[in-house]
Ligand binder design. Sequence first.
Ligand code: ZN
Length: 425
Amino acid sequence: MKLTNHSFNEALLNYINQSPTAYHATYEAKQILLKKGYTELFEKDSWKIGQGKYLVSRNDSSLIAFTTPSPLTDGFKMAGAHTDSPGLKIKPNACKKGNNYFQVAVEVYGGPLLNTWFDRDLSLAGAVFVEMEDLTFQKVLIDFKRPLGIIASLAIHLDREANDKKSVQKQKELLPLLGITLTPNVSFLDLLEAQLVKQYPNLKFKKILDYDLSLFDESPAKIIGINEEFIVGARLDNLLSCFINLMAITSSTTNSLIVLNDHEECGSTSTTGADGSFLKDILLRICKDQEEYQRMIASSMLISCDNAHALHPNFPEKMDEAHAPIINQGPAIKINNNQRYATNLETSGIFTHLAQTVDIPVQKFSSRNDMPCGSTIGPITSSLLGVKTIDVGVPTFAMHSIRETAGIKDSFYLYQIISKYMHTN
Ligand SMILES: [Zn+2]
């Protein structure tokens, strides 16, 4: 089926709504690929890679998929994104009962815009590690899929300065309210076990050993605007790019590869992050020797996709206006000569040419000289592998808010460019 702007964005919203955590984003990605005939590889097994379509995941929260119709020395058309989003994770000793309320302790993950987390209908999702009745272990995904709690604001009457100088005290103010403590003996693990039974009635487990859970905004991603111009929702950074890469590789005709890393929001240093060994391990493994590996890298290119800041009409002074992407005017090429972005002369030229061949506009992002820019997986992966790389992204408002805003044209534009790239020898 050929995707249109509308069908693409509807499928994107569905992917985001099904993926409250990096585990779910990886699981959903895997389902899309398996349906398209990809073979799942496991790192502990022996591999025989021929011409084919493969996927491999690590920690169930990161994923690499690749296709090999041609010799590896032709290189890969690579594209990357990240599965994680900043937010609030549940601490190990979660239960906090006091003043008759049942609350849970949270840890701030990455750099969320915290004041957007107040007064939202929050749910819980992630993974639990369970001991099974047959004494084996399993990691099981869990998603309550219903609003469970709220981080209530303090009323304006009790904080008269809230509209002028509001800051968030991270340890004190972020504990969500999950209920009234009517039953003093109910623990947080009891809640999880009940959910596990509800979600998997046939799972023969003995007990939950540990969990990795995140809060998320239960309201789904949507298309809004007078002319339906905008996508709004949680985790657009960077599930939007994960989905673009997934859709592009499923129709690729060249040697193509996508890497969806976890842990970008906390610096990428982990077994699953861009600063870990995952991608290099997989590439070394599928090449027969160092010579083939180096030739493959030299013939490859990586398009690192992560959202870009869009010019905010209420704060135009925050950006260099000549280099401030506008929503729905095309994906942005991110440029930073101090190497916060990996874009170079050649990759920028190749990407611009690709966009021109499919008649799609691109914009350039460069930050103000007096305002440092962020970074992403592009510079890390390019320096670890030595692969030429470009950093691009869909212009977005309110990055790291619990509800971000991007443009419906830009997501489809970037998909079309990456599809073209994975079709071009
Ligand atoms: Zn990002």
